[in-house]
Write a protein of this length. Sequence first.
Length: 228
Amino acid sequence: MTTPAAAPLIAPSMLAADFGHLEESLNKVSNADWIHVDIMDGHFVPNISFGPDIAKTANQITDQPLDLHLMITSPEKWVDQFIAAGADSITFHVEAMPDKSAVVELARYLRSQGCRAAVSIKPGTAVEDYLDILPELDMVLVMSVEPGFGGQSFMEDQLAKVVTLRQAIDSQGLDTLIEIDGGISAQTIEKAAAAGVDMFVAGSAVFGTPDPAATVQELRDLATAARN
Ligand code: DX5
Ligand code: ZN
């Protein structure tokens, strides 16, 4: 039923890393596919995380590509700084943009700068309005918690959006990835994988265990089995 990307991609969220020992933390997940980097501005979401300087530090520490998740207003004002910091992919929220044409414009700008372009939708946002712009996007991030904090419970009802996206992407013959973020763990990843997710963000489930690398591999194995 689903034909997602070749192999499931696991992206540990740096938000749950030990910032007192960031290098050690990131080195523990050197078997991950991407590093997910959450940027929060205290305005788009009720929390503040960090900015381009820390993203740049992460880029210097790790060999993995950086998957930046901008939970900020006016993302267009900041993307140049995050690209300069080493972002390989930038996800911005459609709710932070005035209209769909602005979403397309920013996605095109990111691609013109050699950065992958992705958009995210909050739990209360419908995905249907964006199916016609999928060719402009390298990835769509479905939030499975309200953005702002790690460690929240997985919202299973968000998987309906994944199914809708999977059908739209496959029927249009696109290679746009579907990412999910929030509450992903060994208990929830199989359902997300079966719905058609390609890339899985996991924060507390990875960094909250004694052996984060083993957890990355466990999540990958569970997702692989659930898609077959
Ligand atoms: C939440 C962030 C997530 C967060 C996920 O707003 O976008 O990336 O770090 O954390 P867990 O995996 O603990 O739900
Ligand atoms: Zn995130």
